[in-house]
Design a protein around this ligand. Structure first.
Ligand code: BTN
Length: 255
């Protein structure tokens, strides 16, 4: 269920035992005229979607949660909601599992992943659409590996269970519905990303370190300097120049 403060703030919830994709369901509901804010959650997706056209699948027991929001801000500002979600998920995990706080085992990875002990625990997929009548919506899709993780992923992955952290997906979701509210309020009151960006950077993996970013068309190497107020990654290249990256997969280390 939703945290009481989320319910009080007018959020509603649709829960499914099993679903194709919570993001697709939220988009369909929006097209049918359902207003946000609406959470769609399920412990099991049959055709979950990841970034860059990848699949996001797993057995029952994980958490798939998508938040449908109506937005009026500029699309480039709406695109920074993924950082709000990353921060909210990381906070929910820290509240639910205080043991993870020690040794900074939880880290945010650009753009919107959450890592546990350096392996991917959480993925976030943002989708937006312009609807009839000028309505603009964003769906913030959050996938958390509670009991299982993909073994054939092109990156190192983990789950809470594999790390010895036992937690039920429904109680994690309830906490998340509350931390989202707090982070989203900061984002709204803070004129978009600046305040969220500051917090995100203190929790980020690899700042100041060597990174290689695969943008799909090229591989950019350098030092991870920071993110800007639009959420873009700033890399200092070997010749000293700064490069701004909008989308890509980050690899830590010089490789
Ligand atoms: C990634 O590739 O890292 C993003 C994964 C996003 C998965 C979540 S699970 C809930 C929501 N519904 C989907 O179909 N995808 C997102």
């Amino acid at each position: 269920s939703l945290a009481p403060q989320a319910e009080a703030a007018g959020y509603s919830l649709l829960a499914f035992d099993s679903i194709g994709s919570t993001n697709s369901e939220a988009l369909d509901r929006a097209r049918q005229g359902t207003p946000g804010p609406l959470w769609v959650v399920s412990p099991h997706q049959r055709s979950g979607r990841g970034r860059r056209g990848r699949a996001w699948e797993g057995p029952a027991g994980n958490l798939a949660a998508s938040l449908l929001l109506d937005v009026t801000c500029d699309p480039s500002v709406a695109a920074t909601l993924g950082f709000v979600a990353g921060l909210a998920v990381e906070q929910a995990l820290r509240i639910s599992l205080p043991a993870l706080e020690h040794g900074s085992r939880l880290r945010l990875k650009w753009p919107n992943d959450v890592l546990l002990d350096g392996a991917k625990l959480v993925g976030i997929l943002l989708e937006s659409e312009m609807m009839m009548g000028g309505r603009r919506i964003v769906v913030v899709g959050i996938g958390i590996n509670v009991v299982a993780y993909p073994e054939n992923a092109p990156y190192r992955a983990t789950s809470l269970a594999a790390s010895g952290a036992h937690l039920s997906a429904p109680s994690l979701f309830e906490t998340l519905s509350a931390t989202w509210l707090a982070c989203h309020a900061q984002w709204r009151n803070g004129d978009g990303l600046p305040e969220i960006r500051r917090q995100w950077l203190t929790r980020a993996a690899g700042v100041g370190e060597a990174v290689a970013i695969n943008t799909g068309s090229e591989i950019i190497r350098g030092t991870f300097e920071t993110i800007d107020d639009a959420g873009q990654l700033i890399v200092r290249q070997a010749d000293g120049s700064l490069k701004t990256i909008t989308a890509g997969d980050v690899h830590f280390g010089a490789a």
